[in-house]
Structures are given as C-alpha cells and as structure tokens.
Unconditional design. Structure first.
Length: 561
C-alpha cells in the first residue's frame, strides 16, 4: 500500500508552519505542547458546539475528544475551538426565539472565520441543536476543505403515566391545561419526566430531520443520524469519524464533491418520505447556496408529489428516532427508497463510498412497525408541500403529513406577531373554522423568523389541531403538526400580501391544488397597499438589526448576504 505523504496535504497550514519567517507562529504553537512531528502533519479544526444552555449540546465534549483522537490516529493534528448555540426548546414562545435562526448564520460565520484564519487543512464539526447542523454544513460548504459532520444524537423518550413522552407532549399539555383538560399536578409531573437526559429532541423534529439529511447527503458516517446520545457506541463512532476525515483528506475528497444537486435531491426525497420538518426547506436551500448548487422551492414540491410518505414518526406519528435506530436507522428507509428507484445510489460520501454502498453496509430489520413498504405507504405523496397563490406569490411551506387532501376555508383572525396570537388562543377566543394569521414574524419583520411551537401546540392541546389552520410569514418547530403554513413570501415587513389582510377576510388553503388565496381582488389589494405602513422594527442596533438589514426572503433560504 502506498504511504501517504501527510506533509504534502498541509495545503493551508504550511503558510503557518514552514520557513524561517514563521518561527513566531511555531513558537506560539509549541507553547500549547506541539512538537516538530505535530507541526509536520495536516492541521484539523474541530468545532465543538458543546454548551450548558441545552441538553442537545451539554454532552458534546466527550464526542469532540474522541474525534480528536481519531485525527491523531490518522496522522493529523487536531485543534478544538468552540462556537455558540441557542436552544429553540427553551427560548420558544419568548422574544429570545428571534435569535434562533440568526444563530445559524453566526455559527456558520464563526466556524468559517476560525478555520480560515488559522489556516486549517480539514474540519470536523460536532453539533446537536437545530440550527447547529445547518450552520455547520453552511461553513463546510463555504470552506470546501476535507470535512465531516458528527451529530450529538437524540434524547431518549421520557415516561409519564405509563407511556413514552417527549418535549412535544409538554408544549401540547400547556394548551390542554389552558382548556382545563389536565391538572396543574399532571402538567408538573409531565414537565419533570419528559426529558430524561442529554440529546436532541426525540421525534423527527428539526434536529433529527437535519441529521437524516446530512447522512443521506454523505457528510456524516453511515448510521450517525439515529444513534441516541447515550449509546456507548457513539464515542467509538466519533473516533472513527476523525480517522475517516484523514482518509478523506488523503483521497482528496472535498465537500463540494459530495454536495451535488443529486445528493440534495436524495436528501429531500428521504425527508419528505419521513414527514420531516418544514425547516429542512430553509436549511437545505441555504446549504445548497453555499455549495453553489441550484436548488429551489419547486424541487421540494416536485419530489414530495412523487415520493410516498412511509414513516410513522412523531410529531405526526407514534415513534421517535431512538426507536428507528433499533431497526437500522435512516438506512432502513434509504434502502426502501433506493430499491423503488427513488434515490440515486451513486452519489459520493465522505468515506469514499457511494450512498448505495453505505446503505447496504448497515444491517436493517424489515419486520418492524415504523417504516412502511413503498407499495403500501401511509400516503401516496410526501410530507411537505409548496403553496402559491395571491397570499404567497413567492411560495409558502406546509407539512402535509396526514392532511394531503384537505381544503380549509374560513375567516382570517389577524395578529401582528406571536404574542397576540398566543394570548387569543389561551383565552379560548379561537374557534373551529378560523384561519389564524400571524404576520411580521418573517426574516426581516421578526426579525429572525421565530418558530411558533407554543402557538401550534396550544391549538393541538385545545383539540383544535384539525379544525383551525394557521398561516404565517414566520416558521414552525419540527414538532409542529396540523394545517400550519409557514415561510409565506413575500413577508409582511416587505409589503407582502399577508401584511394587507384584515379581520374576517375569507382565506382558502387548498392543499391538493397547492394554493393559498384570500378572496380579494387586485383592486382591493392595491387600495389597501396605498394605506399600508409596516409595523416598526424596534431593534435599531446589535445583531438583530444587522440581521434584518442583510437577510433574504424565506423563499431563498433566509440567508444573509
């Protein structure tokens, strides 16, 4: 076997370590314990998103240490550095949630800055919470140096009154409590038992949707998406990831060799087949933009129309990610879609193998209750849909799992921002047939495009989940389900039609025909526009003001530019 000349792979770090004029830099590196041998090896940045602000990330330090050992095993020199996270589950329903999507950009920027500034030759990212993953992937795509992603794994379900529960149940219980359906004592008991330890939210919410997409894209190891955080095998896999990163470097594989249009189409296909989070639309479009891959809203809708919905997973189903892992994880659904001709098995992965090879390398169990046969799906079409119409000229997104053929028509109940809507729901003033409108929650208008799980869960908890539709220029949590339309573009703050709605306007949400319309003429829209002024953005300085100025439409992934 040919020996790798590791020093020749110091494409960036040689600028720091080679030549007499770099003696000051080498002196500082030696201060951290590095020797001549370390300086002759490729430098690998290891972005550790460990944090005490969320159970999704609290445990990532041990995985980072294992990944660093894998780099050393593979003849690299690892350099750990940190970056931020914002816990959606904790900040949900508060003003702080405005920072969530902003954190995706900050994570991407900070990883890029350190990796670029310190002239790293390769990159490992170790992440857990929702915006961590797309933020890491955006940085990986921008930098285009050999890279690998490691997921921190999902939390195990909790136990409450003899059944499995998770954070989704707690949010929905708040709505049930406001209706008098459960007691304060039961709510407290559920709160104390829903989240038993470390790991990202249990269902196929945004974190697990994105870990699934990344595994299918090929930038994590086979099986990485579903292994629970507490599984003792996780540490060994993280060490292996460090070794695979070094092998990838030796083979000359870079992220844009992996992040092809075909790989993105594969990822979308798996996401819609499982009923994944609407946030995947924003995030996959943002990652594709950084990888210079052409991807549009219409790609999601086309694939969803032609992909069966075959996963019985929360929030719309019964099972969580740890359940799926017992039967082979994402490979179980990948194999079924590949066999049905719905995936391209020839796309490249970070370990140098194809998607098809990686799927076949994992043992899966056919006789299980979670994933249906493609020939006997839960629905003939996938779990996401893109809507257009006079309320969404640039598009909107809905999770349609379980609602594919429904039409909702009713009077608009109009609220400017989340707090107004939540108060109305808690006071029981929303009734069956209403169409709840929450506006000025878009990327610019929020600013920050808050997720509104507190609102959607309150509706579910009050028993209105199938009887009240909700439309917004903001976002929903991956734990949201029901007739909830988000990402309406253009948003209210930029003069979008949603900003011109008035109480009582009749709105039609036609899911089968992918339409979102209000019964107004162009002349009526024009008259209202002439008298319209947006609500004022109260953030004049700081990160939210900067974000509002730089961020693009949700129809483009809400990226900053």
């Amino acid at each position: 076997m040919m020996q790798t000349d590791w020093k020749s792979l110091k494409h960036k770090s040689k600028e720091i370590t080679e030549g007499p004029d770099r003696a000051p830099a080498r002196a500082m590196l030696r201060a951290m314990g590095l020797n001549d041998d370390d300086l002759d090896k490729p430098f690998i940045g290891v972005a550790n998103l460990a944090s005490d602000v969320t159970p999704c990330n609290v445990h990532l330090g041990k995985f980072t240490q294992a990944a660093k050992q894998g780099v050393r095993n593979g003849n690299g020199t690892p350099f750990e550095f940190g970056t931020i996270t914002v816990s959606d589950g904790i900040s949900m329903g508060t003003e702080g949630m405005k920072a969530s999507l902003v954190s995706r950009e900050v994570i991407a920027d900070s990883i890029e800055v350190v990796t670029f500034g310190e002239r790293m030759d390769g990159l490992i990212t170790v992440a857990g919470c929702d915006k961590n993953m797309p933020g890491c992937m955006m940085a990986i795509a921008r930098l285009n140096i050999p890279s690998i992603f490691i997921y921190g794994g999902s939390i195990m379900p909790g136990q409450f009154q003899g059944r499995d529960v998770n954070i989704q149940d707690v949010f929905e219980a708040v709505g049930a409590y406001s209706k008098g359906s459960i007691s304060a004592e039961d709510l407290y008991e559920l709160e104390c038992n829903a989240c038993p330890g470390e790991g990202s939210c249990a269902g196929l919410f945004t974190a697990n949707t994105m870990s699934t997409a990344i595994e299918i894209l090929g930038l994590s190891l086979p099986g990485d998406a579903s292994i629970p955080a507490i599984n003792p095998n996780k540490v060994a896999q993280c060490e292996k990831a460090g070794e695979v990163l070094m092998q990838s470097m030796a083979a000359g594989i870079t992220p844009r060799d992996i992040l092809t249009r075909e790989a993105f189409l594969n990822a979308i296909t798996v996401v819609v087949s499982m009923g994944g989070s609407t946030n995947s639309v924003l995030h996959l479009m943002a990652i594709a933009r950084e990888a210079e891959v052409d991807l549009s809203l219409d790609d999601f809708d086309k694939l969803s129309r032609n992909t069966p919905y075959i996963a019985d997973m929360k929030p719309g189903g019964r099972y969580v990610m740890a359940d799926l892992d017992r039967y082979g994880g994402v490979a179980l659904i990948g194999k079924r879609l590949l066999d049905a001709g719905l995936l391209n098995g020839d796309t490249l992965a970070v370990n140098g193998k194809t998607l098809g090879e990686n799927l076949s390398s994992i043992k899966t169990t056919d006789d299980q209750p979670i994933i249906s046969d493609v020939s006997r799906p839960r629905s003939k079409t996938g779990g996401l849909a893109i809507l257009y119409g006079n309320l969404a000229p640039e598009g909107a997104v809905i999770k349609v799992a379980g609602h594919q053929e429904k039409v909702y028509k009713g009077p608009a109940r109009v609220f400017n921002q989340e707090e107004e809507a939540f108060a109305a729901i808690q006071s029981n003033s929303i009734v069956p047939g209403d169409i709840v409108v929450i506006r000025y929650e878009g990327p610019k208008g929020g600013p920050g495009m808050r997720e509104m799980l507190a609102v959607t869960a309150a509706l579910i908890g009050q028993g209105l989940g199938d009887d009240v539709a909700l439309i917004t220029d903001g976002r929903f949590s991956g734990a949201s389900h029901g007739p909830m339309v988000g990402h309406i573009a253009p948003e209210a703050a930029t003069g979008g039609p949603i900003g011109l709605l008035q109480e009582g306007d009749i709105i039609t949400l036609d899911i089968p025909n992918r339409q979102l319309n209000v019964g107004l003429t162009e002349e009526q829209f024009s008259d209202r526009k002439s008298n319209w002024t947006p609500i004022e953005n109260k953030y004049k300085t700081g990160v939210l003001a900067k974000y509002a100025k730089l961020v693009s439409s949700a129809s483009e992934g809400a990226v900053t530019r």
